[in-house]
Write a protein that binds this ligand. Sequence first.
Ligand SMILES: [Zn+2]
Length: 342
Amino acid sequence: MVKSAYCPTCERDVSFSVKEVECTTSLDGVEYAYWVKQAVCEKCGGEAVYEPFEEEAGRAFNEAVREKKGLVSLAKIREMPKRYNIGKRPLSLLLGWGEITYTRFMDGQAPSQEYSDVIERLYSDPAAYYRVLVKGKDRISKIAFRKSEEAVASVLDSDFKSSEKIYEVADYFCILSEGDITTMMLQKLTYYAQGFSYVFLDSPLFEQCPMVGDAGPVYGQLLQEYQGKDLLVEYSNQGQAEAKLADAFEGVEEELLKAVFNSFGRYSGSILTQMVLNEDPIASRNGTSVKTQEKPEHDTVPTNDMKNYFRRIANAFGMKSSKDIAKYADEAFSKSTLAPTG
Ligand SMILES: [Zn+2]
């Protein structure tokens, strides 16, 4: 089908050529300049009306206004629900806005500066989005929460380096426990393995830094990999387990992982969570004493904090080898509020 435009001079549909022209529109006393496509009638050379160009011009004008005001682009507004796999209504509710507020922005309405800043920040900082998601989880359905949680974990991971080692570590704990392990336990054991690797290995086990959530440290990649999996089914075949264990890790790494598993693996996920929440690198970030204040912008635990903390523990407990980790685990357990008293 040949495209045609309406020419008001010829008073009929005509074929046309296209030229780019710069337009200036005044709004509230401010002039906005932007480029538009213009249909030109091939019969009389006058300006013709081609609907798609009109719509494009409307959007270009909107973008010009946003740009001048420093507002978030429409493209970013439309991309955000895809980026974090969440519907526009749930997203709006999650942010504590009216249910259709985000829909209106997606339809082209320019947000106020305040709303714009929120969108801009959450788009570019997945850790901040993750915090908002966890905080507002009760405002959206469980399914919506889980889907978005997976998506943000994946965005966070793509920002991380591509180390596969973290999977091998988690996998090793799954094999050791014969699958009798929860994802929460898995997160904490992996965290302790990394923490004590700063003490007993020359270099950390893997590269990733954990995010800090309300349940302590969380590795996005593990969240994505293990959430919703039936570990008991996947790891209960011990015939294969022996072989897998034999060639997974060796030497000091093997010793470390087994020591971490033997020391912490007997506690439930909620007890382990209690333990890590009491620990310095997490407690100081979780703002337990200053609940009203905003958490720091990038709430991952930096390598140096973890290194210093676990080396201090090793000193305090006079640890000579990874076998001594058990002493610390017992002490941490007795300090957790879930420990039996008296
Ligand atoms: Zn014409």
